[in-house]
Design a protein around this ligand. Structure first.
Ligand code: GLA
Length: 757
């Protein structure tokens, strides 16, 4: 079935096609229709209050992003909805009315028809009076707001207009309603029968066989739930059923059953695992689904190929280390002609070392050979003031191990760069985040804690593999994890890092907020300038990564304090909300990105992550992960893998070893993509490349597959262009004027447009 929607006024044409998500009915939608006002007045709760002069607001996005930048304190949201009594009759367990209000940053009181019904995520009984103690409570901002009322509760006005009024209090930082699920509905089967589709990851055996476990749980304390489970795997492009099974279940209260699905599928074919439960007595249905991973990157060729950065910056006299990244059937033999004096290449592993004394530029011809042939490529070496001429690529311990990182885990990760072949695609930094520090000794030297018994030894080991190593600290007295920071010890810390052999420093604001609680622009720069001076006094190139979550529009002055990259946002999470909010907001800093000066939208949330000892498989769908990597490459972002490298599954490895995709991130021109088209449903981003061609990202922000139309005049492109699908590494033919492409739900297409003469 095809349904065409023509968006008036813009040239995007969106076609909704199959493989879409199904959604429940019987719900009052609260995603729209909200009025908003900053300030506070008890009268704002009243249904009679006239809010026509108030502004409108989208409850899915914090108020800062909707014209209220920097606002902290009270604000109100109001919305009027009809609640039909017919909702009560259509459910099995109609025991309460639920009001879902996403998340609220930081605190909230919710009124229905003028009466308080909930506070900071707790239900409030009828007749309760309000006070302001709720504004003092912390840690509620990330809690899903769901308020429940018995159907007989007089605060509900069945079959009439109801006024929902939300009094918010923001203690600082982001404020107001955000997140997902803004709705009113009765409790029903979907609240009592839960599917766990996420705890078990897909298991690959061979190229075509996949299996996955999932479970169904009866969460009611009292009722037996009986019915039929239909489990199906459907291939998206042709609707073919790859797996289909019907079974009957009879679940006692609190019982969970585990199911296993095993099926064959072409490696690159997208598919959906769909589970539907139909309750025996009522015929009511609940369902859940999960995207099956599909691998787009073709097999690596056995013939030699040189990958990774084609330009490398180094400062005069600094130790030089560059590993030629190359794939092909081993053994590979590496050589370089026109290497400047002072450098040598190891023919066995392609590691170039030495040092260069004068500012200069050199073009070196790299050659990699094996039994099947050879590959050549130029490497430009720039001896000057700026390092990191392409965005750093590597791994960081935080998104997987959090504070439980140790020497052993870092060594194992470094080994995995080699055993998985990541090192052959340009991945090179092994970065230790927070959790390695002890105290400063009486001489002011920073000590490592018991988990890192020999930091110089660890650095030496990582270097011996052809990799680089990074570390983490804070300009404040304490790091975000409560470990010792660099405050007052900047010079000594920098000297110690350099003497150990550190190549990368992530410098995280954290407790510096106590030293400069309300920083002006100069105070924001001060600690970063200080560490910059300390780093420059060492005779070592240390990538300087500023981490202060984008405060004071750091992208406008990060280069001034000699940052090589700067975090533009708060911490990323492995959810679509977090990924899309961060990724698609990066257009505001595009113009500030340049070789050696990179915007950093935070690390990759793929594979097994967890921010601590217990890991889980990323909650991003495969399509969302294609969006993640495509967008981050277009953004010329540092690419830091955040998962356990020892548990790299075939999908994740395939996702991060596509050399044509990585080449976009590493393009030597260093120009970050800009958004050409933005709407609620889709985005189109374009990046200029060094060879004069363009990389283009087409992103689908909806839960349904769509066709996204690209008008090449948006990029001022006239004439004929060759189009290449970078994920599949295949040519798509010539194009002129405009074209459209199918894009999966929350997915992406990444293409290259090359001018044809
Ligand atoms: C902050 C940073 C994270 C991580 C932690 C470590 O939250 O943004 O990336 O470094 O601190 O404590």
């Amino acid at each position: 079935m095809k349904k065409l929607i023509i968006l008036a006024g813009i040239t995007a044409l969106i076609t909704i096609i199959s493989c879409n998500q199904t959604k429940d009915t019987n719900t009052v939608n609260l995603e729209t229709g909200w009025k908003f006002k900053t300030g506070d007045d008890p009268g704002f709760a009243s249904p009679a209050f006239n809010d026509t002069s108030w502004g409108t607001i989208d409850p899915k996005t914090i108020w800062e992003d909707q014209g209220n930048k920097g606002y902290n304190g009270f604000a109100w949201y109001r919305c009027r909805v009809l609640i039909r009594s017919s909702m009560k009759n259509q459910n099995t367990a109609s025991d309460s009315l639920q009001i879902f209000l996403g998340k609220i940053d930081d605190c909230d009181q919710v009124f229905l028809n003028g009466e308080l019904i909930g506070e900071n995520g707790r239900n409030i009984p009828s007749g309760s009076t309000r006070d302001d103690a709720f504004t003092k409570e912390t840690g509620r901002w990330n809690l899903d707001r769901r308020y429940c009322l018995a159907p007989a509760d007089p605060r509900i006005h069945w079959d009439q207009e109801n006024t929902v009024a939300v009094r918010c209090f923001d203690q600082g930082g982001a404020g107001g309603m955000f997140g997902k699920t803004f709705a009113i509905r009765m409790t029903g089967l979907q609240d009592h029968l839960k599917f766990d589709m996420d705890s078990a990851a897909y298991i690959f055996s061979g190229d075509t066989m996949l299996s996955k476990g999932y479970s169904i749980i009866n969460t009611t304390g009292t009722d037996q739930i009986k019915g039929e489970v239909l489990t199906e795997v459907i291939q998206c492009d042709n609707g073919v059923r790859l797996f289909s099974e019907r079974s009957f279940i009879d679940l006692a209260p609190h019982v969970k059953i585990n199911k296993l699905v095993a099926f064959k599928k072409a490696k690159s074919a997208p598919a959906i695992l769909h589970v539907t439960f139909t309750e025996a007595v009522t015929n009511n249905k609940v369902d859940a689904e999960s995207e099956v991973p599909y691998c787009l990157t073709p097999e690596t060729s056995l013939e030699p190929r040189i990958n990774g950065a084609s330009v490398f910056g180094v400062r005069p006299w600094s130790p030089f280390q560059f590993k030629v990244a190359a794939t092909g059937q081993p053994p590979l033999k590496y050589s370089a002609t026109d290497l400047p004096e002072g450098l040598t290449i190891n023919p066995e592993n392609g590691i170039i070392t030495g040092s260069l004394k004068k500012k200069a530029e050199y073009i070196v011809k790299l050659t990699v050979e094996n039994q099947l042939g050879y590959a050549e490529r130029d490497l430009k070496i720039v001896v000057g003031d700026v390092i990191s001429l392409t965005p750093p690529m590597g791994w960081n311990s935080w998104n997987c191990w959090g504070l439980s990182v140790s020497d052993k885990k870092v060594r194992q990760s470094a080994d995995a760069f080699v055993s998985t072949g990541l090192i052959n695609h340009g991945w090179s930094y092994v970065n230790i985040d927070d959790g390695w520090e002890d105290t400063h000794d009486k001489n002011g030297n920073i000590l490592t804690n018991y988990k890192f018994p020999n930091m110089p030894g660890l650095c030496g080991y990582v270097h011996s593999l052809g990799l680089k190593i990074g570390i983490y600290s804070s300009p404040g007295p304490k790091t975000c994890g409560g470990y010792e920071g660099s405050y007052g010890f900047e010079a000594k810390d920098a000297m110690n890092y350099a003497s150990w052999g550190i190549d990368y420093l992530k410098y995280d604001w954290c407790s510096y907020g106590n030293i400069a609680p309300d920083p002006n622009p100069e105070q924001l720069k001060k600690p970063y300038k200080e560490m910059r001076h300390a780093l420059r006094k060492t005779n070592r190139d240390i990538h300087y990564s500023l981490c202060q979550y984008g405060m004071g529009d750091v992208w406008t002055w990060g280069a001034e304090v000699d940052g090589n990259s700067w975090r533009t946002t708060g911490d990323i999470e492995d959810t679509w909300e977090s990924l899309s909010a961060i990724g698609f907001s990066q257009g505001r800093c595009s113009e500030f990105s340049a070789p050696g000066r990179w915007n950093d939208p935070d690390m990759l949330v793929i594979g097994w992550v967890g921010w601590g000892p217990a890991l889980h498989y990323t909650r991003l769908t495969p399509n969302e992960q294609y969006t993640h990597i495509s967008l981050w490459c277009l953004l010329a972002s540092p690419l830091l893998i955040g998962c356990d490298l020892e548990q790299l599954d075939p999908f994740t490895l395939n996702l991060i070893t596509n050399d044509e995709v990585i080449a976009i991130d590493q393009d030597p021109l260093g120009k970050q993509a800009i958004p050409l088209r933005k709407s609620d449903d889709y985005e189109v981003w374009a990046r200029e490349l060094e060879d004069g061609n363009k990389a283009l990202g087409l992103f689908n922000k909806t839960g349904k597959t769509m066709y996204v139309h690209v008008d090449m005049s948006d990029m001022k492109l006239t004439g004929k262009y060759e189009m290449r699908d970078l994920w599949k590494q295949t040519d798509l033919g010539k194009v002129r004027g405009h074209f459209e492409m199918k894009v999966m739900p929350h997915g992406a297409r990444l293409i290259r447009l090359s001018r044809q003469n």
